[in-house]
Design a protein around this ligand. Structure first.
Ligand SMILES: *[C@@H]1O[C@H](CO)[C@@H](O)[C@H](O)[C@H]1NC(C)=O
Ligand SMILES: *[C@@H]1O[C@H](CO)[C@@H](O)[C@H](O)[C@H]1NC(C)=O
Length: 282
């Protein structure tokens, strides 16, 4: 099953149903979500709510065909839907409200909700990075989707064995991060981290405090000696400029505790015995 940009968290969602304590969605909110989603589905030529698999397969196939332009279009559809839902999010962004509003099973409702949380990120704060790295992410899903799905399966197994806890979610997010870093570099890791985090936190907001700043990008500025191989090898999304006559490497680095990320920068410079000092660290 190919599901682009969607985290399938059915099992865990089903197991931790009822964990969240939010006031119930009012009747008007249910109706509003029904209306907003109906309009959204009409963009895909669905005249009623499709089951989640049909929806996501359709979405994937038009994305494959239309590429990044279709992604941008889907984000417009999403933003319209978001504006339509308005202040009923967060109170109606729950599995049970979605199940009622869309007339689907709780399993499908959980998937739709997770997908909604993910859309909020990829069509919001993550938009530019997803657009820029669209084809790498797409090819990851086309050729290495088994590795991504292995993260879901590992989480599944862990929940079956130990019961749900937020730390399982943390491991899951790290797993995604690793896969996306492997194929799409640092920025990919940042994107994968957010895919997993935003899709799952939408389902279990109570776990959000356990993933604070977990997937955030920060700007790192480092003065780098000219001998640092970083300039020519793995500069990635970094940019070199001058800082009082010395080369300054500005990297969008990210704030995960994951060792891969931090290691990458220092390691490649360390090899060449380059010196790095951070003008912002004082
Ligand atoms: C929906 O139908 C219209 C008219 O047939 C077509 O032009 C459009 O491409 C379809 N959209 C999708 C997402 O399939
Ligand atoms: C999750 O685990 C259960 C029990 O081991 C299994 O039946 C099910 O197929 C698994 N689902 C996924 C998506 O791995």
């Amino acid at each position: 099953m190919k599901t682009i940009f969607v985290v399938c968290l059915v099992i865990y969602a089903t197991l931790c149903e009822g964990q969240t304590t939010r006031s119930p969605c009012p009747e008007a909110g249910i109706n509003q979500i029904t209306t907003c989603y109906a309009a959204y589905f009409r963009n895909y030529n669905f005249s009623s709510t499709p089951d989640f698999k049909t929806y996501i397969d359709t979405r994937y196939s038009i994305l494959l065909k239309g590429g990044v332009d279709t992604f941008k279009l889907i984000c417009q559809w999403h933003n319209t839907r978001l504006a339509c839902i308005g202040s009923y999010d967060p109170v109606c962004a729950t599995e049970s409200a979605f199940a009622q509003a869309l007339g689907v099973s709780s399993t499908d409702a959980a998937q739709y909700l997770s997908s909604y949380g993910l859309d909020n990120w990829e069509c919001g704060p993550g938009y530019n990075d997803v657009v820029t790295n669209f084809y790498c992410i797409e090819s990851l899903l086309s050729y290495h989707n088994d590795e991504r799905l292995a993260c879901n399966q590992a989480m599944n197994a862990s929940i079956v064995q130990n019961g749900f806890s937020c730390s399982i979610l943390r491991t899951f997010v790290q797993c995604y991060t690793k896969v996306y870093t492997k194929y799409c570099g640092q920025i990919g890791g940042y994107i994968g981290c957010n895919f997993a985090k935003t899709g799952s936190v939408e389902l279990t907001p109570s776990c959000a405090p356990q993933l604070p700043n977990f997937c955030e990008l920060i700007i790192v500025k480092k003065l780098v000696a000219m001998t640092c191989p970083f300039f020519t090898t793995s500069v990635g999304s970094g940019q070199v400029s001058q800082h009082y006559g010395r080369p300054l490497l500005t990297m969008r680095h990210w704030n995960s505790n994951d060792a891969i990320q931090k290691g990458e920068l220092s390691q490649s410079c360390h090899k060449a015995k380059a010196t790095i000092s951070d003008p912002d660290s004082k």
